[in-house]
Design a protein around this ligand. Structure first.
Ligand code: PEP
Length: 253
């Protein structure tokens, strides 16, 4: 059975002290995850060691980076490599969040390099995809997302793609309070799985976790996660409030 994942994305929020307090509160809650369930915390780079040390107390809780370089190493001031993350024992890394695509010029091609280098160093990339409102208004979301998958993931082998998590995040739903309906989420997730199936086969596609992101809240997570092809969520705003994110973890199938 594929993994069900609640992933927090703190983005560029919280001081070190606030982050430490938030993690402590969430981890001290009486929520035990089963074999199949995972909670991730994608924290700012300087907090990764703290997050890693804190989550190690509990089963299936992990730290994640929010980004990494597509380059191996060298004269790239300000960048963080996959190898550096691995040397800190960070197991997961977000790749291609829409904010990275929009504000930092990350293209499908650059992201294919980021996915590859994560896998080379044994990190699990959480590959983000999703369309802007303009694309949905033209009803072109399927071909748009298919192209993102094709250009960033189709160079992988079936064995490699099994180590990738996908997060579908319609841009019009991120940080807007406007959540995709369960029908919209399920329809796109089933479509993504069908695209993966064509490329990698049914058995492989059936094992890949596809998270939904875009205004997941404590009061809508259960309904969204109940969709057959939705395997949890990538959560921004609500992951900054301990009680909300705890409720979202509890909503995992
Ligand atoms: C995100 O940052 O990936 C996200 C989905 O944000 P929010 O939950 O705030 O919409």
């Amino acid at each position: 059975m594929r993994k069900q994942i609640a992933a927090a994305n703190w983005k560029m929020n919280l001081t070190y002290q606030q982050g430490a307090e938030l993690l402590k509160t969430i981890l001290s809650a009486d929520i035990s995850l089963n074999e199949n369930q995972i909670a991730l915390f994608a924290v700012p780079f300087p907090y990764l060691e703290l997050a890693n040390d804190t989550v190690h107390q509990k089963k299936n809780y992990y730290a994640a980076a929010q980004n990494c370089s597509d380059k191996k190493s060298g004269a790239y001031t300000g960048e963080i490599s996959a190898e550096m993350l691995k040397s800190l024992d960070v197991p997961y890394c977000l790749v291609g969040h829409s904010e990275r695509r929009e504000y930092f010029g990350e293209t499908n091609e650059i992201l294919s390099g980021k996915v590859a280098i994560c896998l080379t160093y044994g990190l699990t990339p959480v590959f983000c995809c999703g369309e802007a409102l303009k694309i949905r208004d033209q009803n072109a979301q399927n071909s748009f997302v298919e192209q993102q998958l094709r250009e960033s993931l189709f160079h992988l082998s079936a064995e490699q793609i099994l180590n990738v998590v996908i997060a579908y995040e319609p841009i019009w739903a991120i940080g807007t309070g406007k959540t995709a309906s369960t029908a919209q989420a399920q329809e796109m997730h089933a479509f993504i799985r069908s695209v993966l199936q064509k490329q990698f086969g049914k058995e492989v596609a059936g094992q890949i976790s596809i998270l939904y992101g875009g205004s997941v809240k404590a009061n809508n997570a259960k309904e969204l996660f109940a969709c057959p092809d939705v395997d949890g969520g990538l959560v921004g705003g609500a992951s900054l409030v301990a009680s909300d994110f705890m409720e979202i973890i509890r909503a995992l199938k």
